[in-house]
Design a protein. Structure first.
Length: 306
């Protein structure tokens, strides 16, 4: 697996962002003849950012990275970064110097939040942790997506499931867009937590098993959308179009409440109601199977039960 050192990642990010730029976007005459490198040259970005070419070169090479906020803002404007990309660039820079901590504690879901998930009724809801680990969810969310509690603890990760499970490809009508966004979100998480061994392990696994992941990861795209729409081809209730809301939990900014909702009175709303009825346990039936413990999992940051 490639070096995940943040100094190297910072430089790689700048290089990829530079390579996607065109002279026309930057207002620079393209001049005669073909360019030898994709995108803009280092000296062109340096000119746009009002820094020396040598200084910008050292930024891309990850050497002596101590730029001021004003310089970073100028570089972000020169590279035409959106707010999410600029925030990711700052995360990479902030975390590039040294390891901040040797152990990242496991995340825990407060009991009141679990009660909230169950009370959501016909609204599928998940609580996602670092690297999109599925920490908790309600019954309808598992019926809508996948039975995460039945999976081994090390596999209860939304990004891993989307990228590697063939059923996920069949479920999402726009699978490539959903999977690309998942990879972009993992990029953001890596920038925030470079010392998280679980994230690095996940990146390595996905890089080995998914060609799509390798291509998207190399593109350094980041995804930070808090809301959107997803279209599903559900094997039980058919086509669904749902709104998705991602709410960051104030007690732990690395936990996100993801909720799926349908427009009231729409066919998708009726389908969600039908799905809830389809999966409802009979009176007196035992509780749904809980996830089995994975005693061989050495990653203590993974939640053992959801």
């Amino acid at each position: 697996m490639e070096d995940m050192g943040q100094s190297a990642e910072f430089g790689k990010f700048l290089k990829v962002m530079r390579s996607r730029m065109t002279p026309e976007q930057a207002g620079i005459p393209s001049g005669p003849g073909a360019r030898r490198v994709p995108g803009l040259r280092r000296e062109e970005i340096a000119l746009l950012a009002d820094v020396s070419t040598d200084y910008y070169t050292r930024l891309e090479q990850g050497r002596n990275i101590h730029p001021s906020r004003a310089v970073l803002n100028s570089v972000a404007r020169a590279l035409n970064l959106d707010p999410g990309e600029q925030a990711h660039m700052l995360d990479l820079l902030e975390n590039c110097a040294t390891s901040r901590r040797s152990h990242i504690p496991a995340q825990a879901v407060r009991p009141a939040l679990r009660q909230l998930l169950d009370a959501a009724g016909n609204v599928p809801a998940l609580i996602l942790g670092r690297r999109a680990d599925v920490l908790a969810g309600n019954r309808l969310a598992f019926l809508l997506l996948a039975d995460f509690p039945a999976m081994p603890a090390a596999e209860r990760n939304l990004t891993r499931w989307i990228l590697l499970d063939p059923l996920a490809r069949e479920l999402f009508s726009d699978w490539k867009a959903v999977a690309s966004d998942a990879v972009g979100s993992l990029r953001v998480d890596i920038g925030r937590h470079p010392d998280d061994g679980g994230s690095n392990q996940l990146v390595g696994e996905l890089a080995v098993q998914s060609e799509h992941f390798r291509r998207w990861w190399a593109g350094h795209r980041v995804a930070t959308a808090s809301a959107g729409t997803v279209r599903l081809r559900h094997p039980v209730v058919g086509d669904l179009e749902l709104n998705v809301e991602n709410l960051v939990l104030p007690d732990d900014p690395d936990q996100v409440l993801r909720m799926f909702s349908a427009k009231p009175g729409s066919p998708s709303a009726d389908s969600l109601t039908l799905l809830g009825s389809y999966g409802a346990p009979a009176a007196g039936a035992p509780e749904p199977t809980r996830a089995r413990e994975n005693t061989n999992n050495s990653d203590a940051t993974r939640a053992p039960d959801i």
